[in-house]
Design a protein around this ligand. Structure first.
Ligand code: NAP
Length: 254
């Protein structure tokens, strides 16, 4: 969306405190969106992202929201509507890996934590977004973008099948919801990043993972948060007006 097109549009980015989410929030704000940056544990970092945007004349707020908690999600969308009006674009970016574990060792707690954030959180946020966006309820339509992973296709074998499976569910959410709400003015798409240079890998206990594994991909390097954010901003924009139920890889050929 160009600055003029994005002006007065409202974007919620879950997990906007750092990494890919923070970059999506920055690019959206510079394109003219009013941006809601959510965080689960990273209050200071989310507030720093918002402060940076406000200092440069953009409109943004930070809101605490653990997307796995229904009451947090409902409150997030109510607050957004109060402050900026109906949400135009939802980016389901917030996610966790659950850490490294083969299936033979995975705990029920890890499964619950991963699915609660990556799947249930995305569905809850999508539900609230559809309620505000749908032309059937007087809304103006909108766009939902899910940040999936190429792991959903490769399977995460030996590292985190549980995480890959959660992203597989997110892909299915993308396809199903896109078709369910296509006639209500809402497009639903996903971006599937490959190995991206963020703190996600260090948080899982292997800081060098993205650079090491990306070396054997066709492009031979990890991607940046900005390269993923650009795909998200395109999917959000009118330039993607006939694109729905698409899962776009941003993975250097992987
Ligand atoms: P990151 O640096 O670890 O950031 C994760 C973000 O998710 C943080 O902002 C975090 O917020 C948020 N989050 C964690 N738990 C949450 C919860 N319960 N509710 C709401 N938000 C929560 O990771 P990233 O690399 O930027 O990843 C962003 C997305 O891209 C994730 O969905 C990830 O699966 C996906 N992805 C990443 C890669 C990669 O190589 N980096 C590849 C494929 C897909 P707090 O800091 O506030 O806790």
């Amino acid at each position: 969306m160009t600055g003029a097109q994005a002006a007065n549009k409202v974007m919620i980015v879950t997990g906007g405190s750092r990494g890919i989410g923070a970059e999506i929030a920055r690019k959206a704000a510079y394109e003219g969106y009013r941006v809601v940056v959510t965080y689960a544990s990273g209050a200071q970092r989310a507030e720093a992202v918002v402060a940076e945007l406000i200092e440069s004349g953009r409109e943004a707020i930070s809101v605490a929201c653990d997307v796995s908690r229904e009451e947090d999600v409902v409150a997030l969308f109510a607050r957004t509507k109060d402050v900026f009006g109906r949400v135009s674009v939802l980016v389901n970016n917030g996610g966790v890996t659950g850490g490294f574990s083969k299936v033979r060792d995975v705990t029920a707690q890890t499964l619950q934590d991963t699915m609660s954030v990556n799947v249930i959180g995305a569905v809850l946020c999508s539900r609230e977004a559809v309620r505000q966006m749908s032309t059937e309820t007087g809304g103006p339509g909108g766009a939902i973008i899910n940040v999936s992973s190429r792991a959903s296709q490769y399977g995460g074998a030996g590292e985190w099948v549980h995480y890959a499976a959660s992203k597989g569910a997110l892909d299915t959410l993308t396809l199903g919801l896109a078709r369910e709400v296509a006639a209500e003015g809402i497009r639903v798409n996903a971006v599937a990043p490959g190995f991206i240079d963020t703190e996600l890998h260090a948080a899982a206990g292997d800081a060098g993972r993205a650079a090491r594994l990306a070396a054997s991909t066709p492009m031979g390097r990890p991607g940046t948060s900005a390269e993923v954010a650009d795909v998200v901003l395109w999917l959000a924009s009118e330039r993607a007006s006939y694109v729905t139920a698409a899962i776009v890889a941003a993975a250097g050929g992987r």
